[in-house]
Design a protein around this ligand. Structure first.
Ligand SMILES: [Zn+2]
Length: 252
């Protein structure tokens, strides 16, 4: 697969000199690379671990950035995890397991960052990413689908290069909708997204087999140019009344 150029790519790629989150949310230029970033670093403002093109102000000072404790926003939520990991964890040494987790987390982060998402949570053999906050992407559904394709491709090649073939694969679930973004914990100031749309993305991911990207109708519609080859699959999901007519991209 080639990295086809599209309008947002040329401006979004590369190492941003100022925090793209602070710029998009507040129109405030916070230097994060180069000499201008040094005084900020002395005050503890550095690049975020959620995405190296945003800063720790975006990550930890949601209330300052948005002037509210939380906001309702349109976003695309992506969940990914390693299929078969629990079974494998009973068969191989912990040190080998941690190598696999590192490979997975690293490949996923690179793919998510390349499309302006943030790695909001890492949960061992899984993760949750948010697209369209704090870096604004009008085409956030498409950005997430492209990230998912990169995740599948890069994880497959990383797993193929492991000494032993454990038959590992990655499952991805994506949904686009309204979420509540903000700080919801009194003892941690990192922001996250919550709401039914987040739950639906997680449920879709739980139905994804190795190599699959399972998308909601909302994501599929918004990223139509990327999902024309997706197969329909009607899914009955825990906690959701109506069956969801999901679309599935199988990467192999
Ligand atoms: Zn920032």
């Amino acid at each position: 697969m080639t990295t086809a150029s599209h309008p947002t790519d040329s401006t979004n790629r590369g190492d941003a000199q100022i925090c793209r989150g602070c710029w998009d949310q507040m129109r405030v230029p916070i230097p994060i690379r180069g000499a201008l970033a040094l005084p900020f670093r002395m005050f503890g403002v550095t690049r975020s671990k959620m995405n190296p093109n945003i800063c720790t102000i975006c990550e930890r000072s949601f209330r300052y950035v948005k002037k509210q404790r939380h906001v309702t926003a349109s976003a695309t939520i992506l969940f990914a995890d390693i299929r078969g990991f629990t079974a494998l964890s009973e068969q191989i040494e912990p040190v080998r397991l941690s190598e696999i987790v590192s490979l997975f987390q690293d490949r996923c982060a690179q793919a998510i960052w390349a499309h302006d998402g943030i790695v909001n949570k890492q949960m061992g053999d899984g993760l949750m990413a948010i697209f369209n906050f704090p870096i604004v992407r009008q085409d956030h559904a498409a950005a997430a689908v492209m990230a998912a394709m990169d995740i599948q491709r890069h994880c497959r090649s990383a797993f193929e290069h492991l000494e032993a073939d454990h038959g590992l694969g990655v499952g991805v679930g994506i949904h686009s909708g309204e979420v509540e973004i903000g700080e919801f914990s009194s003892f941690r100031s990192d922001f996250t997204a919550i709401g039914g749309a987040v739950n639906l993305a997680a449920r879709l991911e739980s139905q994804a087999r190795a190599g699959e990207i399972v998308m909601s109708p909302e994501t599929t519609t918004q990223a139509a140019h990327l999902t024309s080859e997706a197969q329909s699959r009607s899914l009955v999901l825990k906690g959701i009344e109506q069956p969801v007519e999901a679309r599935v991209l199988t990467t192999a």
